[in-house]
Design a protein around this ligand. Structure first.
Ligand code: SAM
Ligand code: SF4
Length: 371
């Protein structure tokens, strides 16, 4: 198979504690395994290197809490990764010290994504978050002082007990920090989890308010000069950012259907029509490396229709036209005309864009389009 992927994801699963709502592949504790885990990641990189293009567009270190990794191990990992135009690291606010910011900066990290979630301390407690609002503010300053000029803040809305006024305050707090990028996610609570049991009634109430919450998010952030370039993602407009295009290049790769290689426990890769997911067990991941083998993984072959359907679902989350070349078989023409007449989509010169109203309604509109 030729070298095709220009996007590399690296998963670092270690966390100081578990947040109730989180469904990512994480492990609490095991600080003694950071070195062995970095060895295993670098071993997997060697086994898969032929799948990577020589010039990478992006690298994304996600977690877990990548910035909880022992500093010398994090530095060893970053130094061994190939160069890329955008290198992002996810960070929990309380882990960002001046030393950590300097470590990231000297190892070519040029983008950091900070999980703030909310600035309301009672709601932080509902989410089991350790970081306080002042940790978020400090983290952003340390990163800027270290010369990292692309800082993203994650917010969550629909938190049990949250009101529209709380969300408006969170948006004001976030804007006051002038981050280059903001992600605002609707809280997803998996059925059957401890979190859902604890907050079931409140979560049901929040579900009724979600549509007005996303409207509030879009209204506030766009009025403050941010571009709503993806359903949940906003970046400062170029005229407010010295001409820079601050969209997340790594995530754009996913939304545009590009190939990507994922390394680490639970990581997913998609290359041409093959998608594989490493097993989510840290023990098995380390054991496979000790045997000099690839991690245990589940492999799926994607049909042309599956890839095209994904392409439409993800592509329509963006504010740019989606070319329908090669996608016509999965788009229902009659539904498309109805949506265009209803002011939810614009169909022009072989491409399709959802209007702001269509994007606010999101997945439901896309589902109606898919033949
Ligand atoms: C990989 S996660 C966590 C990164 C980092 N450990 C942290 O907690 O800040 C990246 C982002 O996904 C979002 N997220 C995680 N779980 C979520 C959920 N259940 N619903 C909505 N957003 C979620 C959060 O905003 C989080 O910052
Ligand atoms: S710190 Fe982040 S990755 Fe870890 S459990 Fe909490 S939300 Fe999940």
């Amino acid at each position: 198979m030729p070298a095709v992927a220009r996007h590399l994801y690296v998963h670092l699963p270690f966390c100081a504690s578990r947040c109730g709502y989180c469904d990512f592949v994480t492990v609490v504790g095991h600080a003694d395994l950071h070195g062995a885990y970095v060895d295993a990641l670098l071993g997997e990189l060697e086994l898969e290197r032929r799948l990577l293009a020589p010039d990478l567009e992006s690298i994304y270190l996600g977690g877990g809490t990548p910035t909880l990794t022992a500093p010398d191990e994090l530095e060893r990992l970053l130094a061994a990764l190939p160069p890329a135009r955008e290198v992002t690291v996810e960070a929990n606010p309380e882990t960002v010290t001046p030393e950590l910011a300097a470590l990231l900066s000297r190892n070519r990290v040029n983008r950091v994504s900070i999980g703030a979630q909310t600035f309301n301390t009672a709601l932080l407690d509902v989410l089991d978050r350790r970081a306080r609002p002042e940790d978020v503010r400090r983290a952003l300053h340390h990163l800027r002082d270290a010369g990292i000029g692309n800082r993203s803040l994650d917010l969550i809305y629909g938190i049990p007990g949250q009101t529209a006024a709380d969300l408006a305050r969170d948006l004001d707090e976030a804007l006051a920090l002038e981050p280059e990028h903001i992600s605002a996610y609707e809280l997803e609570a998996k059925p059957g989890t401890r979190f859902t049991h604890a907050h079931g009634t409140e979560l049901a109430l929040q579900a009724d308010g979600l549509e007005s919450y996303i409207e509030l998010v879009v209204e506030r952030l766009t009025a403050a000069g941010y571009r709503w370039y993806e359903t949940a993602n906003f970046c400062r407009r170029p005229d407010r950012a010295g001409g820079r295009d601050l969209r997340a290049r790594h995530n754009l790769g996913y939304w545009l259907g590009h190939d990507y290689l994922g390394l680490g426990v639970g990581a997913v890769s998609t290359i041409q029509n093959r998608r594989w997911r490493n097993a989510p067990s840290l023990r098995r991941y380390l054991a496979a490396h000790a045997r000099g083998e690839r991690p245990d993984r589940g492999l799926e072959t994607l049909s042309a229709v599956e890839r095209s359907t994904e392409r439409v679902m993800l592509g329509l989350r963006l504010d740019e036209p989606l070319s329908l070349t090669g996608l016509r078989d999965v788009v229902d023409r009659a539904a498309l005309e109805r949506l265009a007449e209803g002011g939810l989509a614009v169909h022009r010169e072989g491409s399709l864009t959802l209007t702001p109203r269509g994007r606010l309604l999101g997945g439901g509109v896309t589902a109606r389009l898919l033949a």
